[in-house]
Structures are given as structure tokens and as C-alpha cells.
Design a protein around this ligand. Structure first.
Ligand SMILES: [Zn+2]
Length: 463
């Protein structure tokens, strides 16, 4: 190449680099998922143990969603709903089924807009095997493959090692804005917190029970027609181990945020922290419940969103919001067109103070248990299909359940009555909405009678 040609070539390549760059002002996006973190074990959601000092400090700079709901009760479909803004019955990613590559993910939308995309996950159900790598320039699943004990949770890298890997990536990233996804698995069973965290919330002389799946599985109702029962002291101890895991992961969140701040500068950054589902501690007669039911202890998750410049920091959103809404909300803020197939809604106006009531859906189709949930701000309808026995051979209690979460947050008193107008209207809405969710992306709006709509309006379900 001649000297002139070289210069022209350099100029073209510089021009090319410039025209491909999305603009230096575009904010970074950090998405952190802490697996199995039920909202009511987080300080800023009202927990009385100091499990989450770093997350609580982050909440003061973030918008906190008081009623964030996961679309599934377990890791794989829930994370995929987060990444695709589709209901589980739409993306179809469940046990032994991976993502259809034709479905456009959040990572692909950001990659196409010029973002450098990287993901660090610490469990198989958030791995490339299921399609989670789609749209990521770099995606690492940090699981020790010598310990593939899926049920027990073994093999997942502890948060400290995941944060180490993220720090390594930060040190070699380029100049483009980044979309960074970090998944930390620690609060998931086994509850075996490292070092000092094992005793942090435990009694001085604890009962002999431990927090391993192998120990606790006989208390899981879905697995046992007559599950063993934990004493209050044993339950308290198991929860203290779970809380120790949370406190450990919180310490790593503190370190991760410091690294991100130093590397990226968090002033121009969307930082989102959430969980994929919660966990049962005998709330409804079982332990390690995620995947079996869709009660609040399983679907109510923390969701914090720190906007660039900490806008509206300390603010809250009360309306129910799904993890399915995260991707369209983010793309709305970034002024990037959302894929047409997205089923979630942008919640930007709610984050900016203009809330409107609504509802979100959750689904479960695991272990031969088919459940659908309509979760409003006050009322929650659950339908369990009559599929006989679950995959473990335990009979399924089919039917409808209706709860008033204001009067009965523990979901103890089933108000469902087929003769009652409210029950009738909510069932109609659930059936219409589930059809919309399950039948693909081109479904018509729900068809409801004027009377049904009026009753729903009075409850805040529709405008
Ligand atoms: Zn999970």
C-alpha cells in the first residue's frame, strides 16, 4: 500500500470506527441477578436482620419497586423471561429446552446498538446451553463441572470468584458502552455460607440440622406426600444459614459496585439489581419451595434500578411490575427500538412518578404442575390445573385461589367463590391474559364484557 493509500485506509477505518460507535454519551448498563433472594429477606424491603447493608445503601440511590414479580418460580424460565421479555409459555425455555435463536434477546438489541456485551453466570440454568449466550460478545458460565449436582446446587462458583472474573473483564474492556450481566447463585440451596457468614445469624448453640439439600429434601412437600416437619428452632437455624449466604453475597455486591464505579464511572449508568425468584421457608407448609408454587415468598423479588445521575434515588414504584418489563423499560430509556415480540411493558412513566395500576402474570409448568397467576396490587388469583400427581407422585390440589394481599399478605385465606363477581371477573381476565401470553405474540386483546371491565376498573386492573 502506498503512503497515500495507507493514510486513506487509516482515515476510512477511523471513519468506520466512528460511524459504528453508538456515541460516547450512551450510558453503560449493569444487570445484576442474585439468585433465590426473596424480597422480604432484604433490609430495604423491611427485613429486621442486617442481611443487606450494601444493597440497602444502593436502594437510597435507586428506584425501588415494591411489588416486583417474577414470571416463573425457578431459575431457567425466570431468567429467560427477563432476557426475552416473553412469558415462559412464549419463550418455551424450560427443563431440557433451549431458546429458539429466532427470538431476539435484550443482549442482542444492545449489541446491535453498539454495546459491548458480557455475561457472567454461576449456574447451569443460566448458561449458554439454554441460549443465554445469545447476543453476548463474551459469556461465561462459572460452574465447576466436576460437581454437577444440580439438585444440591453444588458446583456454582461463589460470588467472590464471579466478581474476580468480572474485574478481570473490566480491566480489558474497550471504550464502547457496556452491557454487563452478572448472576450470583449463593443464596440458592445448599445454604452453606462461607467463613464468618455461617455463624453471623445463628444461635450460639444451634440445632444439629444443616442447610444442604440432601438434609432438607424430606421437608419438601412437593417431593413427599407426608413431608417431615421442622421444629421452629430448626427452621430458624436454616433461615439463619440462608441469611448468612445473603450477607455474604451482599459483601460481594459492595466490592462489585466499587469496581464498576472505578472502571466505568457509575454516574452515566443504568444499574439494575434483582432476583429471579424467592424461596419457601414453611410459609405454605414446605421448605425450598421454588418451582412448586407461586405464592409471594416465591414470586415477590427485589428490584432496584439506579438511573444515570441517581435520578429519583430513594423513590419507589408501588404498582406490580414484572421482570418481563425490565428489558422494554431499559430500551425505552436508551431510545432503542424494542423487538416487536416483547410482551412486557415499559414502566418508565411509573418510574418518573406517574403510576397506573395494573397486573402481572406468572406461570409454572414444572414437575407436571401447571399454574398461572394474575397478580394485582391488592388481589392475586392462582389457578392450578388438575394434572393428577406431580412428577414426584404427590397429588396436586387443583383449582382457584384468590387472596387479598392487603388484608392477608400470607395468602392464608382463600376468597375464591365461583358465585362471586370479583372471582368471576378475575378468572375471565386470567384466562384472557394467559391465552394472550401462551398463544404467541400476535394475539388480540382480551375480550371481556362491559360488566367485567367495570368491576376490574374498580379494582384497578384495567384503565
Ligand atoms: Zn434461581
Amino acid at each position: 500500500m502506498t503512503r497515500v493509500g495507507l493514510l486513506v485506509g487509516l482515515g476510512l477505518s477511523l471513519l468506520g470506527a466512528f460511524s459504528c460507535a453508538p456515541g460516547a454519551e450512551r450510558p453503560h448498563v449493569i444487570l445484576i441477578s442474585i439468585d433465590t433472594l426473596r424480597a422480604d429477606h432484604v433490609g430495604c424491603y423491611g427485613y429486621d436482620r442486617p442481611t443487606t447493608p450494601a444493597i440497602d445503601a444502593l436502594a437510597l440511590e435507586s428506584i425501588r419497586f415494591e411489588n416486583a414479580i417474577s414470571q416463573a418460580g425457578w431459575t431457567l424460565p425466570s431468567h429467560m423471561s427477563l432476557m426475552t421479555s416473553l412469558m415462559p409459555s412464549q419463550h418455551g425455555v424450560t427443563q431440557e429446552r433451549a431458546l429458539n435463536p429466532a427470538i431476539v434477546t435484550l443482549a442482542e438489541s444492545l449489541q446491535n446498538a453498539g454495546y459491548t456485551t458480557a455475561g457472567f453466570a454461576s449456574w447451569i440454568y443460566v448458561s449458554e446451553n439454554y441460549g443465554f449466550g445469545q447476543g453476548f460478545d463474551e459469556y461465561r458460565t462459572l460452574v465447576d463441572t466436576r460437581r454437577l449436582d444440580v439438585a444440591g446446587g453444588g458446583g456454582a462458583f461463589p460470588a467472590g470468584r464471579v466478581v474476580d472474573a468480572v474485574q478481570g473483564w473490566l480491566s480489558r474492556r474497550g471504550d464502547d458502552p457496556v452491557f454487563l450481566f452478572v448472576h450470583l447463585f449463593d443464596p440458592h440451596m445448599d445454604y452453606v455460607p462461607p467463613g464468618e457468614y455461617a455463624e453471623m445469624f445463628a444461635e450460639a448453640d444451634p440445632p444439629s440440622i444443616d442447610g444442604r439439600y440432601e438434609t432438607l429434601k424430606r421437608y419438601i412437600r412437593g417431593l413427599n406426600e407426608s413431608p417431615a416437619s421442622l421444629s421452629p428452632r430448626e427452621l430458624h437455624h436454616v433461615e439463619s444459614l440462608y441469611d448468612g449466604e445473603i450477607r455474604y453475597v451482599d459483601s460481594q455486591i459492595e466490592e462489585l459496585l466499587a469496581s464498576l464505579d472505578a472502571s466505568l464511572g457509575l454516574g452515566n449508568c443504568h444499574l439494575i439489581l434483582l432476583s429471579d425468584h424467592g424461596e419457601e421457608f414453611m410459609d405454605h407448609g414446605s421448605i425450598e419451595g421454588h418451582g412448586w408454587t407461586l405464592y409471594e415468598e416465591v414470586v415477590h423479588v427485589p428490584l432496584l434500578w439506579r438511573l444515570p445521575a441517581k435520578a429519583r434515588g430513594g423513590g419507589t414504584v408501588a404498582a406490580p411490575v414484572g421482570l418481563i418489563d425490565v428489558a422494554p423499560t431499559l430500551l425505552d430509556y436508551l431510545q432503542i427500538d424494542a423487538p416487536e415480540a416483547f410482551r412486557g411493558k415499559s414502566r418508565r412513566t411509573a418510574m418518573e412518578g406517574d403510576e397506573s395500576p395494573g397486573y402481572v402474570l406468572s406461570e409454572n409448568d414444572r414437575f407436571n404442575i401447571e399454574m398461572r397467576v394474575l397478580r394485582g396490587e391488592r388481589y392475586k388469583l392462582i389457578h392450578t390445573a388438575d394434572s393428577g400427581r406431580n412428577a414426584a407422585g404427590v397429588p396436586i390440589l387443583a383449582g382457584f385461589e384468590l387472596y387479598d394481599l392487603v388484608k392477608d399478605p400470607a395468602e392464608a385465606v382463600n376468597l375464591y367463590d365461583p358465585e362471586d363477581g370479583r372471582s368471576h371477573a378475575l378468572v375471565a381476565l386470567l384466562e384472557a391474559s394467559s391465552g394472550e401470553a401462551g398463544a404467541g405474540v400476535q394475539n388480540p386483546a382480551a375480550e371481556l364484557s362491559e360488566e367485567q371491565l367495570e368491576l376490574l376498573r374498580s379494582l384497578g386492573y384495567v384503565q
